[in-house]
Design a protein around this ligand. Structure first.
Ligand SMILES: [Zn+2]
Length: 415
């Protein structure tokens, strides 16, 4: 991997960088759509490519179950299997194992789980996870980490943090001895829960291994913790992680979360949210999400968003049509999915452009004013951005703030 920081925001910690991988260049910050089963739900690889997207995520756990490693081996890796010629990242499989398997026991050796096929005990070790990811052949691969929910407290959090470091060492050793480390790039995952001291220890240990890892992910968040705690952990990690490595915040997808993370110094993020919510009829726009199933869109002959360059908006497809077909016709899911991925790409592309032009603080202010308008800014976003020198309320003393996650006006029952 070649990683080069090209521009830095003069106020916040945001930066623009160029990441060159075996399947091309990806400009950061970027949002990575999730293709769980080696396919972004509702879109062909050619459609994804036509949207300008050149880095997507596959789930190791799912690919390992179906089609299985043998098929991927025969196909010559996941790129060829899914007809994707651009960059690919795989997770380690640990997160799904813990969240989806009925029985998972973490031991020092690895994660012991019941096979979803016949219930027989199966072990996923750090070495096995890397080996599976080698067969998949993704450009960026993740270490196996000991995942605990962000709501877990007590000694388990510290145990998981230290084990994650020991497992990182095993992943590094296996990866380096495989000869694959010149084409596939291993990322470490910073753990430590919501505890600043544990995060700090984990950061120290993982930064000490900098020469052996290509990048860093911030894990163990987006599990239902308070947003005011979430951003502080992101900031702590992004502040300390080395300048010359990409920083990946896992499981972040709401536009406001993405922009706050970028301002705090994050380069990459992924989430199923934009594609999943599309299938429930919710389109993301710069004026906030639209729940196209609501009756008020039934006679609206406008596109989802004026000026949007996506195939849905430029083809003349109306909100009225999408209201008529959302959640009923697969074509509507495809159309809204395309729009939503272009929206995510425009939010991040706009951020990159503003960072390069020196106008990122204003970009943030304009985005929040348009997106939240009268419904009120999430308080945590205001606090987080203040911590990096941007006051969203400056010049807008009349603006409201709202506690919690912030307004979800048309997100309603769309999760
Ligand atoms: Zn559009």
């Amino acid at each position: 991997m070649q990683f080069e920081v090209l521009a830095k925001c003069h106020t916040t910690r945001a930066r623009v960088s160029r990441m060159r991988l075996a399947h091309g260049v990806t400009m950061l910050p970027t949002f990575m759509p999730v293709a769980t089963q080696a396919a972004i739900k509702g879109l062909t690889p050619q459609q994804v490519e036509a949207l300008g997207i050149n880095l997507i995520l596959n789930n190791t756990y799912h690919l390992n179950l179906r089609p299985g490693i043998q098929v991927l081996k025969e196909a010559g890796g996941a790129h060829k299997f899914q007809g994707w010629t651009h960059n690919l990242l795989t997770d380690s499989g640990g997160f799904q194992l813990v969240s989806l398997s009925k029985f998972t026991k973490i031991t020092e050796e690895g994660a012991l789980f019941a096979s979803p096929f016949d219930g027989s005990p199966t072990m996923l070790t750090p070495e096995e996870s890397i080996s599976i990811q080698h067969t998949i052949g993704a450009d960026i691969i993740m270490q196996l980490d000991d995942v605990v929910s962000s709501l877990t407290v007590g000694p388990r959090v510290e145990e998981a943090m230290w084990r994650t470091i020991r497992w990182l060492d095993r992943c590094i050793e296996f990866h380096q001895s495989s000869g694959k480390d010149d084409v596939q790039n291993l990322f470490a995952i910073v753990q430590g829960g919501l505890d600043a001291e544990l995060r700090d220890k984990c950061l120290d240990e993982m930064i000490a291994r900098k020469d052996k890892v290509a990048g860093y992910a911030i894990g163990g968040l987006s599990g239902g913790e308070e947003k005011d705690v979430f951003w502080r952990v992101i900031k702590q990690c992004a502040d300390k992680l080395p300048e010359d490595r990409p920083r990946y915040s896992m499981g972040i997808g709401f536009a406001e979360d993405l922009l706050v993370c970028v301002a705090l110094g994050v380069d990459m993020a992924d989430c199923v949210f934009p594609t999943r919510t599309a299938r429930f009829g919710v389109a993301l726009t710069f004026k906030g999400p639209l729940n196209l199933r609501l009756g008020k869109h039934a006679t609206d002959m406008r596109p989802i968003e004026e000026g949007c360059p996506c195939p849905t908006c430029t083809s003349g497809m109306t909100r009225a049509l999408l209201n008529h077909t959302a959640t009923l016709e697969t074509a509507a899911a495809h159309a809204i999915t395309q729009h939503n991925l272009v929206f995510q790409a425009r939010v991040m592309g706009g951020a990159r452009e503003a960072i390069i032009n020196g106008t990122f603080p204003q970009y943030l202010k304009d985005f929040f004013a348009n997106y939240f308008g009268d419904v009120g800014y999430p308080e945590w976003c205001v606090s987080a951005l203040r911590s990096v020198g941007v006051d969203l309320l400056e010049g807008r003393p009349e603006s409201k703030t709202v506690s919690g996650d912030g307004a979800k006006w048309e997100y309603s029952d769309a999760a």
